[in-house]
Ligand binder design. Structure first.
Ligand code: PGA
Length: 246
């Protein structure tokens, strides 16, 4: 049985008062409910961990560098996330791929570095609208999975998030059939590449305009083990409704 997961990606949002949202979310985190991960901006990670302490809410980063230390101004090493209290990290988000030119190879190297530091990785893949319109979705996903995921994945250290680029922050979502098609495809790909146990154990999240009013139907789709939620994770009230939709 794969445990469900609700991950919140705050992106470049949140000052000190956003920590109140973590405190407000605490009652939504239960042992028999989905695993909850909040990924605030790096400046808040340490204090977010304090706000979550004693609850089952985990805290994650939104990116890390592939090197353990060195002359990389502005970057954050995986061990620094761990030192601040993070247990997870999002890697390969389409905004990183687009804004920072991150290739599949870079995402793969970052993933290995994150694992070496003991972080669990939420690795994102997804097609652009042009790629979907050209019927290239599955080829794009296949290539991103093959290029981004290192060979030593396990069901414990890896979560894959399918996030169609055109659905992120737009209020548009794929049809449930389209989500099922890609999630079933990703399940087949990871099972073929690894083995039934690992491929069947890796959790697959859907991301892109998940909201309180569409979460329940999305979470029922085949091979959807949870959600990676941007805008609707910023307010505890919204995110708690999403968590309650499992
Ligand atoms: P959204 O973002 O929920 O605001 O569409 C999702 C994401 O980018 O992870």
């Amino acid at each position: 049985m794969r445990r469900k997961m609700a991950a919140g990606n705050w992106k470049m949002n949140g000052l000190t008062n956003a920590l109140d949202e973590i405190a407000a979310l605490r009652p939504a985190a239960t042992n028999d409910g989905p695993e909850i991960v909040i990924c605030p901006p790096a400046t808040l990670i340490h204090r977010a961990c304090a706000a979550a302490r004693g609850s089952t809410i985990a805290i994650g980063g939104q990116d890390c560098h592939a090197q353990p230390a060195g002359a990389h101004t502005g970057d954050i090493a995986p061990a620094m996330l761990v030192d601040a209290g993070a247990t997870h990290v999002i890697l390969g988000h389409s905004e990183r791929r687009q804004d920072h030119g991150e290739t599949d190879k870079i995402v793969r190297l970052k993933t290995k570095a994150a694992w070496a530091a003991g972080l669990k990785v939420i690795l994102c893949v997804g097609e652009t609208e042009e790629e979907r319109d050209a019927s290239n979705t599955l080829d794009i996903i296949r290539g991103q999975l093959a290029g981004s995921i290192p060979g030593d994945s396990t069901a414990q250290n890896l979560v894959v998030a399918y996030e169609p680029v055109w659905a992120i922050g737009t209020g548009r979502t794929p049809t449930l059939d389209q989500i099922a098609e890609v999630h079933d495809f990703i399940r087949d790909e990871v099972t073929r590449r690894f083995c039934d146990e690992i491929g069947g154990g890796i959790r697959l999240l859907y991301g892109g305009s998940v909201k309180p009013d569409n979460a329940a139907e999305i979470f029922q789709v085949s091979n959807v083990d949870g959600g990676l939620v941007g805008g609707a994770s910023l307010k505890a009230a919204d995110f708690a409704r999403i968590i309650a939709a499992f």
